[in-house]
Design a binder for this molecule. Structure first.
Ligand code: CS2
Length: 506
């Protein structure tokens, strides 16, 4: 059958579309909802509809629905664009998760998202749903920057344009803190039991941090509301993990071939997944442990291990790779030097900063990570991971560097990562290929890079002065500064490979 698949999820052609009506045409090998979707009611509102939540929350919740629970369906809400709603509503919100293991495609059609909304044109519907007593949990994957925080302190950025706008017009929120606060206010006014807020983004102490941000926003609106949130809303911490790159058109085509149906926005993900959740829910929760979620009293050790070892290594690989012109994490792991760099990052900088992780051997965890990064079926673009460095460097690596220095050690690889990020801000790789820095602070950061790019010392000094990213105590450390500047000089003069060869040899 002829079919054309083009970028952006628009497709034309004669292949019929995945939907409730076409489910029975799927080949037998494709898993699909075995429960009666029409009998499921929503219990979760999920904010942020990217690929990750559909490969993670959506899959864990699918298992809960398969077990017979009927009141934990998900309604997904996009706060940035209606693109996923547009792609998936005609499919009755069904989408495919593709796992490729040793060249064999395993496909599962997920039914746990019952509906999809976008705040752009459906804000009133979203708020009405969020005050419905049936909704007991609000989950979030809105990325680090979605919380409008000052990344260095993890507190609300009160000068953030969306926060300023929401404080001026709080009943028509467009920021995440604004939307949560307004929903909580309306729910309280209607006498409905509060929902639990479950943050599923890669922030250290994510629940604690977001509770502080939302409480502060509410406080600025109305001190009584701020107190109410602080006293009554549960924000359990979570560690989430599944490597899920943005979907490519070739993968859409592979999914269509496997389904015999067109799916406009499948997700391709690795076999591994992990979810560790602080078990503190005010009004019940799905039995996610049925599908392997780990319910604990304290997520912190798990989250530090994952954020530093996985995400910190990702960022290290990403900046060095983008500058060197290496396209994916799997390609980076085939480089002669980069695997040794991440090994040293783990062994010399990160593992020593971690508290004991219950039931986990951390060195073995890093060996497993290496295997996950090498997975050739996952084409995870280094440029995608390079985004939002201003938000990611702190929790992934800079905090660890500070701890190492405070303990009397010199961080080894982290200064190299910082230097690579600085070099990355020049927006052109070593082959002369231009790319764009995607970051909420991109204008300021690339402006600094353009103005000071001629000298490693000037560039590093100008960037160290950005206090939203670099804690003053860290950049007050002369050894750290000198190490970053030395690596940056080498990256500029000799390039990534010569710098890594010298670093690893030395
Ligand atoms: C990545 C994460 O894009 C990034 O910054 O490091 O999305 C990473 O793939 C996930 O956290 C894995 O769980």
């Amino acid at each position: 059958e002829a079919q054309t698949v083009t970028t952006g999820g628009t497709t034309t052609g004669s292949t019929p579309r995945l939907s409730t009506a076409t489910l029975d045409r799927l080949p037998p090998a494709v898993k699909r909802p075995g429960y009666d979707r029409a009998a499921v009611t929503p219990g979760i509102v999920h904010l942020g509809l990217g690929a990750f939540c559909r490969a993670h929350l959506g899959v864990y919740t699918e298992a809960v629905l398969e077990s017979g629970a009927k009141d934990w369906g998900i309604v997904g809400v996009d706060m940035l664009s209606p693109a996923i709603r547009t792609a998936l509503k005609p499919q009755d919100c069904l989408y495919t998760v593709l796992n490729r293991i040793d060249g064999t495609d395993r496909l599962q059609v997920i039914g746990s998202f019952l509906d999809m909304l976008a705040t752009g044109d459906q804000l009133a519907e979203v708020l009405a749903l969020m005050i419905d007593p049936k909704i007991r949990i609000v989950t979030l994957t809105v990325t680090e920057k979605g919380y409008c925080q000052d990344p260095a302190t993890g507190t609300l950025d009160e000068s953030h344009p969306a926060i300023v706008a929401d404080l001026a017009n709080p009943t028509v929120p467009r920021s995440v803190p604004g939307l949560l606060t307004e929903a909580i206010r309306l729910r309280r006014a209607a006498g409905v039991t509060p929902f639990t807020v479950l943050v599923c983004d890669n922030l250290a102490q994510n629940g604690i941090k977001v509770r502080r941000i939302v409480t502060r926003f509410a406080d600025l609106r109305d001190a009584d509301l701020g107190r109410f949130i602080a006293d009554t809303i549960a924000f359990p911490c979570t560690m989430v993990d599944r490597i899920t790159p943005a979907t490519q058109d070739a993968e859409r085509a592979a999914v269509a071939a496997g389904l015999g149906l067109e799916d406009q926005w499948p997700v391709v993900t690795e076999p591994f997944r992990q979810w560790v959740i602080e078990d503190r829910f005010a009004t019940g929760r799905p039995a996610w442990e049925l599908d392997g979620a780990i319910m604990v009293d304290d997520v912190h050790p798990f989250e530090m291990m994952k954020l530093r070892c996985l995400n910190g290594a990702h960022s290290t690989l990403a900046y060095l790779s983008v500058v060197a012109g290496i396209e994916t994490i799997a390609d980076a792991m085939a480089d002669p030097y980069l695997p040794s760099v991440v090994r040293r990052l783990w062994d010399e900088d990160l593992i020593a900063t971690l508290p004991p992780v219950p039931g986990t051997d951390v060195p073995a965890y890093t060996v497993e990570l290496e295997g996950r990064f090498r997975n050739p079926e996952i084409r995870h673009r280094t440029l995608q991971i390079s985004s939002d460095g201003s938000q990611k460097l702190g929790p992934r690596l800079l905090e660890a560097a500070q701890e190492r220095i405070a303990a009397g050690f010199r961080p080894s690889v982290i200064p190299l990562t910082v230097a690579a990020w600085m070099r990355f801000l020049l927006e052109v790789d070593e082959n002369g290929t231009a790319y764009a820095v995607a970051d909420p602070m991109a204008d300021r950061l690339t402006g600094i890079a353009r103005a000071h790019g001629g000298s490693a010392t000037d560039l590093a000094d100008a960037l160290f002065a950005v206090t939203e990213i670099f804690p003053p105590e860290l950049v007050a450390d002369a050894g750290f500064r000198a190490s970053v500047i030395g690596h940056l000089q080498s990256l500029k003069d000799h390039g990534v490979h010569a710098t890594l060869a010298a670093f690893l040899g030395g």
